[in-house]
Design a protein around this ligand. Structure first.
Ligand code: SF4
Length: 342
């Protein structure tokens, strides 16, 4: 008779999805150093490797995991095998003007049909001549950045409003526009003078968490100064109230898109004014602590026959915000309006 044994059998372990595998295909681009450290520690890697990662993808412009040569080859292979990718937003189309300005359609997610717009505006290259005789050596440049796909604010004069609100951009998609444009122009952060204006598609303060997370990435991981960034808002007061709480080291400068000297006209041009009229915006703006020499801008786009009449200019001078600006700046405003009216 054959004796059978009942020895415990060692279970065969089949490699299944581990906690860190990229089941939902999310990009690594957009994670800050702390999130990357946590991610890498789940893979059994030391937290300090996060610095190698951020240096490569945010400062050196590396777009493929295989090209992060500071990481061990085995780790790069492991990340690829688990489906991780950097997936930085990419420039899908470029429209160039003679003065060096470039407008980009940016693809935020691979294969996504809808793109957002960013613009590169160089200064000091003499390109104003427009005859392409200049060498396009720029000394200073401004990048205009989008914060949403479409926009819900429905301003009457805006093309983006016609798209309606499609979705918020993530922090990586907002910061990625900037980093893609910096890479295209081989900008050396710290040496070259680059300003950012968050004035592209969308209302940044209505996508507050992603917008500020993008600012934090651009400040901490890329090395840009928040004092060289300006965020423009249509007057989204809940966002302004949060903005007032941000620390100096992260808070961009602020611009209010005013465009009308009174609530009646602003209600028509910018429906957000019906909820938060000019007085509510001014009250929220007053709570924002300013750094030395910092000022808040009020922007006014002239729309022929709509908000550009002499009485509109007089109403601008009667706004309470006008009385609060410095006397020399009041003179500048009066001079500009007089020139406009002449
Ligand atoms: S907030 Fe800006 S992007 Fe949105 S509709 Fe108004 S002008 Fe257009």
């Amino acid at each position: 008779m054959t004796k059978t044994t009942t020895q415990p059998v060692t279970p065969v372990v089949t490699p299944g999805p581990i906690a860190s595998a990229n089941a939902d295909n999310s990009p690594l681009f957009g994670l800050d150093a702390a999130a990357l450290a946590e991610f890498l520690s789940r893979l059994g890697e030391p937290a300090w490797r996060a610095r190698q990662f951020t240096e490569a993808i945010y400062r050196q412009g590396v777009t493929e995991i295989t090209e992060i040569t500071t990481l061990p080859a085995a780790l790069r292979q492991k990340l690829l095998a688990e489906g991780w990718r950097i997936d930085r937003p990419t420039i899908a189309q470029v429209f160039q003007a003679a003065d060096g300005t470039e407008r980009y359609l940016i693809e935020c997610r691979p294969g996504e049909a809808t793109t957002v717009e960013s613009v590169w505006m160089p200064e000091g290259d003499g390109g104003e001549a427009g005859d392409k005789s200049e060498n396009h050596e720029w000394r200073r440049a401004t990048i205009c950045v989008s914060s949403q796909v479409g926009c819900a604010m429905n301003c009457g004069f805006c093309l983006t409003a016609r798209l309606g609100m499609q979705r918020d951009l993530t922090a990586g998609e907002i910061a990625g526009q900037v980093i893609s444009v910096l890479a295209r122009h081989a900008v050396e952060v710290g040496r070259d003078r680059v300003n950012l204006v968050f004035m592209g598609m969308g209302e940044p303060l209505a996508n507050y968490d992603n917008f500020m997370a993008a600012v934090a990435l651009l400040v901490r991981e890329v090395g840009l100064s928040p004092q060289r960034m300006t965020v423009s808002t249509a007057g989204f007061v809940p966002g302004l109230e949060r903005f007032a709480q941000e620390p100096d080291e992260l808070r961009p400068r602020l611009a209010i898109s005013l465009n009308a000297p009174n609530d009646a006209l602003r209600d028509e041009l910018m429906p957000i004014n019906r909820k938060w009229p000019i007085a509510a915006i001014v009250e929220a703006v007053r709570k924002i602590p300013l750094r030395p020499h910092e000022r808040i801008s009020f922007e006014y786009v002239l729309l022929g026959g709509v908000n550009d009449q002499p009485q509109h200019a007089r109403e601008v001078l009667a706004l309470p915000i006008y009385a609060e600006i410095r006397p020399d700046e009041q003179q500048t405003v009066v001079g500009a309006i007089a020139e406009f009216l002449s």
